[in-house]
Ligand binder design. Structure first.
Ligand SMILES: Nc1ncnc2c1ncn2[C@@H]1O[C@H](COP(=O)(O)OP(=O)(O)OP(=O)(O)O)[C@@H](O)[C@H]1O
Ligand SMILES: [Mg+2]
Length: 383
């Protein structure tokens, strides 16, 4: 059963809350709602978000989507009951900018950093290397974690196809940078300062020579140079990946695993929660979003409404009652189906971790009033 104090308790006792789950289930919405719920309790909150819906961002007064921290205006917050002591700051995560900052931090010299940032392939690689986006989200978290201006940091996670990607991101990034292919390139480049295919195994050289012809004009040199420079940072990245993992293990952190009632999505958060246990990382709650709840109107009421409408000639459709009845029956079935799937979740996860259900609303969560509604639902322990 949902505990009415779960979210309130997490807000009161944790410094970092991270929403994770499959693509499109409501991670960004939940992160924003939890952040607002905390502000309503007088906390100074930083919400690190990725790609929020434009309408929602605008409703929070964030017309210009910048990567700077933007404080939501007091009158907007006061409108949904945030007390004077509470505040909400929103910051959009920017993968490339965070990567640039790391390059500066870990390059052995300023010149090397600038050379790397100036490499024409850097921009592409820094945005598309496996795990970069997830890793940089965690990096940003570490950077702001000890910021005394905030009592709580809520971290949204990227729209990965697979929620588990998030936990594996640090290792995957280090692996990608340190793979045999990368090492070939680096070796071929480093010994002479110029790219030399002669240093590679014959088969690899053949592949690269062909690639060189296809890609043309200095592409391989630029790539090799970039990899050699990234190599310069490997020590730094490895160290950081270990630090990131240890931060996620701390008692101040909790994951909120967001899922829809669909079996696939439930399966994914179940796996994710098992991985959290393996990694000794704490799971604070399961949030089942967009649950179909049984319709409140009972059938006898539908018949009465129909009678009144017909009596006064407001609606003349003869089959109205049966259509309304059908819609009602469908809604009941949907709610039963969701309840069945949720039972499967409850049976398979640690019973100490609460399951909070948020209903499917009639519209998207596109403004502050709706967000406050989700926040209050979460606070109340769900429906
Ligand atoms: N309970 C709800 N009822 C109705 N609409 C909802 C609900 N929760 C979220 N939505 C809507 O669903 C859409 C997707 O939500 P959101 O962006 O939070 O998902 P996400 O998990 O962050 O997606 P991504 O994986 O792409 O980052 C948004 O338009 C949001 O307004
Ligand atoms: Mg999102």
């Amino acid at each position: 059963m949902p505990s009415s104090s779960t979210i309130a308790e997490l807000i009161a006792t944790r410094r970092v809350l991270i929403t994770a789950g499959a693509g499109g289930v409501g991670k960004t919405t939940t992160a924003a709602a939890v952040a607002l719920a905390a502000a309503m309790r007088g906390k100074r909150v930083l919400c690190l978000t990725i790609d929020p819906a434009r309408r929602l961002a605008q409703s929070l007064g964030l017309e210009h989507m910048t990567t700077e921290a933007v404080e939501v205006r007091r009158e907007i917050l006061a409108g949904v009951g945030v007390p004077e002591a509470g505040s909400l700051t929103v910051m959009m995560l920017d993968t490339k900018q965070t990567f640039d900052e790391l390059v500066h931090k870990y390059s052995s010299t300023k010149e090397r950093a600038e050379k790397l940032l100036g490499n024409r392939l850097y921009q592409y690689v820094s945005a598309s290397l496996a795990g970069t986006q997830e890793y940089m989200a965690m990096e940003k978290l570490i950077a702001v974690q000890s910021d005394a201006r905030f009592d709580l940091i809520v971290l949204d996670t990227p729209p990965t196809a697979n929620a588990l990607d998030f936990l594996d991101a640090p290792d995957r990034l280090v692996e990608a940078l340190d793979s045999p292919t990368m090492r070939w390139f680096v070796q071929a480049f480093q010994s002479t300062g110029r790219f030399s295919l002669n240093l590679l195994a014959r088969s690899a050289a053949l592949v690269l020579r062909t690639l060189g012809r296809v890609t043309g004009g200095g592409f391989l040199e630029a790539l090799a140079e970039l990899l050699a420079q990234l190599n310069d940072l490997f020590g730094g990245f490895k160290e950081r990946a270990a630090l990131v993992k240890s931060v996620l293990r701390s008692k101040e952190v909790s994951f909120l695993l967001v899922t829809s009632p669909a079996p696939m999505s439930i399966r994914e958060v179940r796996f994710f929660s098992e991985r959290l246990v393996e990694h000794q990382m704490p799971c604070g709650a399961f949030i089942v979003n967009r649950v179909h709840t049984p319709p409140r109107v009972v059938q006898s009421t539908i018949q009465q409404i129909d009678d009144v409408l017909k009596l006064h000639g407001i609606i003349k459709e003869p089959d109205l009652a049966s259509r309304v009845e059908q819609a009602h029956a469908d809604a009941v079935k949907l709610a039963q189906l969701d309840a069945f799937f949720l039972e499967q979740l409850a049976q398979h996860v640690d019973e100490r971790v609460p399951v909070i259900r948020v209903p499917e609303f009639a519209t998207d969560v596109h403004d502050v009033a709706m967000l406050a509604r989700v926040a209050r639902t979460l606070e109340a322990g769900g429906v």
